[in-house]
Design a protein around this ligand. Structure first.
Ligand code: SN0
Length: 315
């Protein structure tokens, strides 16, 4: 694999999930593969799981790891082509990305959407500048519109914990006070649409995702209808796609509770984390027997390791 930015970069997502589960059984089998190879993880936004799991994955493969918290420790970055840099920005992304590419064999980049200009976000303008100027294979650590390492870990978790060949998986919107990206739900939807699952998306009216990501999904505004007989529930907030980046009033009753779990098939509850307790997801669910969120976060290592292994094999 030369780049990992979406499910479309993967020839066989089930085989990649199987590779992740194999690595989970034998984490250090490919220590030679990454010897003397370096990954640079560049963060323009905060991270806990993506940073630590990708770092651990690289170490398991024998790689060296460098982390740059560019938003906090780097020079203020200029992103505009043709800018006259007489303001606060110090270094243009053209030089910054190209220089990082001199030091590493693979680059990972995290760049959240601004949630102001939909075209800019959905064209992945910042992320694609890294792709264009860094000159080395790139892995997305969450871009404006997708979070593929998370989605692969989610697929791995479902494959690992499912008790029937084709489980019912429900992505349900949850309340939040801040406008959050659509990256996680977009990405989860496009991976689930290609997986062997019965996939439903439930959200309040007005939170329709971009239909490019949801082809093949059942979509409903009725949460109860969606939750009936669910085997997995994936809880996530996102802001509206239209009007772009907005939080619409109401819908607090969309938070998942034990009462709502009763109509499911004793569903396992997933969330990418970080989660705001008792706003997005109740204590009783997070601390109860149906939550698999910590297990899911643990699987981030094996997902990242399967991706880095596939990239190292083609370096
Ligand atoms: C990010 C998101 O895309 O929703 C990262 C998830 C992996 N989440 C947040 O930014 C949460 C911020 C908050 O204030 O709760």
């Amino acid at each position: 694999m030369k780049k990992f930015t979406s499910v479309n970069d993967v020839t066989d997502s089930n085989a990649l999930a199987a590779s992740a589960l194999q690595l989970k059984k034998d984490p250090y089998a490919f220590q030679q593969l990454g010897k003397n190879k370096t990954i640079g993880l560049v963060f323009l936004n905060p991270s806990l799981r993506t940073r630590m799991s990708t770092q651990k994955a690289a170490l398991n493969l024998g790689m060296n790891v460098m982390v740059l918290n560019m938003d906090k420790e780097g020079w203020a970055l200029e992103l505009e082509d043709g800018a006259i840099m007489n303001g606060n920005s110090v270094e243009h992304i053209k030089e910054a990305a190209a220089v990082i590419g001199q030091y590493v064999d693979i680059i990972g980049v995290r760049s959240f959407p601004g949630l102001k200009d939909r075209e800019e976000d959905y064209n992945e303008e910042i992320f694609n500048k890294f792709v264009k100027y860094c000159g080395v294979p790139i892995v997305s650590l969450e871009s404006a519109t997708r979070h593929p390492l998370q989605s692969l870990a989610d697929l791995v978790t479902i494959e690992e914990l499912k008790t029937k060949a084709r489980p019912k998986v429900v992505l349900t919107w949850a309340p939040h006070i801040k406008p959050l990206p659509q990256a996680v739900p977009n990405s989860f939807a496009e991976w689930m649409c290609k997986a062997n699952v019965d996939f439903t998306i439930a959200h309040p009216a007005g939170y329709e995702l971009n239909s490019d990501f949801t082809q093949g999904a059942t979509i409903t505004h009725n949460q109860d209808e969606a939750l009936a007989d669910a085997d997995f529930i994936y809880v996530k907030n996102w802001s509206a796609y239209e009007p772009y980046g907005k939080v619409l009033p109401g819908n607090e009753d969309w938070m998942l509770t034990n009462e709502k779990l009763k109509i499911t098939s004793d569903a396992k509850v997933m969330h990418c984390l970080p989660v705001r307790r008792n706003l997005e997801l109740s204590d009783e669910i997070l601390d109860g027997p149906n939550s698999v969120v910590i297990h899911e976060a643990g699987n981030r290592v094996w997902a990242a390791q399967a991706v880095l292994k596939a990239m190292l094999e083609e370096l």
